[in-house]
Write a protein that binds this ligand. Structure first.
Ligand code: ADP
Ligand code: MG
Length: 386
């Protein structure tokens, strides 16, 4: 679908539903994390990029303090609220994402009189590509522009995160919103999750005849939420036992000492975070000096660390990664929180079909759900589309 057609379609659908003209359309991308997993809440480093799958919101401002939000997403019924009543504990379901941003924008001192909004997204939901941040960031930039608030991208990322933490109730870090707001075509976003500082890093995949394949295993293991909370708790325990504020303050040279001070399991959790932070910094360095064809081994090491030390992989992710590697990918790893979701494979253009065929047949042989395999490109961050 051509992008102008889809904007026209969205405007038309807005008119049909709200019987009025949209005032504008804003757009924000999903993201994939190239490397740096479970480092964000440890004050560490991540390296995501904004992808060419986007969420678009058509909006018309209101003056009666009402907010009406609708989405084209299957089974999402429209929601209506008074903006003065929206806040933690008052909304549930999908509308907590847009309404959460309404609340956190107001908490940040932004004044507006309400709006009608229609949301349409090409970011797959629950595949680890942050369809949630794409909504939050599209809503945040729309309100920012309509209210003439002029908030910085970094501030908008914090506003999106606050909506997700306090209104949706998901204890996520700052990575997803930062990537969606700060991303640029041809670049990854290197984020310091302690200072919130960020830098763009060149990621010219096409120029190196490479493709980033997403392998969405479509599995979501029931212990994912508990597992995420348990890993966060292990990291907090590790930091407290080592008497540091966060694991960001531990380096590879501290690991021998850490092995003596920590119990065996906590030590492995800590070792993942420490080595992963170093791998992110090395990946940035390698991208700047040699380009993406040289980062494969770092991706592989990241997967091994998540599988063996952090123990957040699962048989489906391991099979996807191993099969991709044995069939032409130069590096592969699980991405996202773990216990299901997606793997990424960095694959030479001429091996893409071989990887896809091998992964599909590998899953078929064991009788698992057919994964979704597709390509993503680095793309521009959130902006006004019309
Ligand atoms: P991810 O961000 O990895 O895709 P999350 O569980 O964080 O997964 O967020 C997915 C949730 O976000 C969905 O369950 C739904 O509530 C909401 N969501 C995402 N995309 C849309 C959409 N286009 N319309 C309505 N709700 C959406
Ligand atoms: Mg999400």
């Amino acid at each position: 679908m051509n992008i102008n057609n889809s904007l026209d379609w969205l405007a038309e659908e807005f008119r049909r539903r709200f019987e009025t003209e949209p005032e504008g359309i804003w757009s924000a991308p999903g993201r994939v994390n190239l490397i740096g997993e479970h480092t964000d809440y440890n004050g560490g480093f991540v390296l995501p990029f904004a992808i060419d799958r986007r969420t678009r919101v058509a909006v018309r401002a209101r003056t009666d303090r009402k907010v009406q939000v609708a989405s084209t997403f299957n089974g999402s019924s429209p929601a209506t609220a008074d903006i003065d009543d929206v806040g933690p504990g008052t909304v549930s379901g999908w509308s907590a994402y847009p309404l959460g941003v309404v609340w956190s924008m107001r908490e940040a001192g932004v004044n507006f009189g309400g709006f009608d909004m229609l949301i349409d997204s090409s970011v797959p939901v629950g595949a680890g590509l942050s369809s949630s941040a794409a909504i939050e960031c599209a809503v945040a930039v729309a309100i920012n522009d309509l209210a003439g608030a002029g908030l910085s991208r970094t501030k908008l990322a914090l506003i999106g995160q606050r909506a997700e933490n306090e209104v949706v109730g998901a204890p996520t870090g700052i990575m997803d919103q930062s990537a969606s707001l700060l991303g640029q075509d041809g670049s990854a976003v290197f984020i310091d999750c302690r200072s919130y500082g960020s830098e763009l890093v060149p990621l010219d995949l096409a120029g190196s005849d490479l493709v980033l394949q997403i392998i969405d295993t479509k599995v979501s293991h029931s212990h994912a939420t508990g597992g995420y909370a348990a890993r966060r708790a292990s990291c907090e325990r590790g930091a407290s036992d080592l008497r540091v504020d966060s694991l960001r303050d531990v380096t590879a040279s501290d690991l021998d000492r850490a092995a003596e001070q920590l119990d065996e399991e906590t030590f492995r959790r800590v070792r993942h975070v420490v080595t992963e932070n170093e791998r992110v910094q090395q990946t940035v360095e390698v991208l700047r000096t040699q380009g993406p064809a040289a980062i494969g081994e770092l991706l592989d090491q990241s997967h091994v660390s998540m599988r063996d030390d952090f123990e957040i992989s699962c048989p489906e992710l391991d099979l996807a990664v191993e099969t991709a590697r044995h069939n032409g990918a130069i590096g592969a790893r699980m991405t996202g929180g773990g216990f299901g979701g997606s793997a990424i494979a960095l694959t030479p253009v001429d091996q893409v079909d071989a990887v896809r065929t091998a992964v599909l047949s590998g899953f078929e042989q064991v009788g698992w759900t057919t994964p979704d395999i597709f390509e993503v490109q680095p793309a521009d961050g959130a902006h006004r589309a019309r």
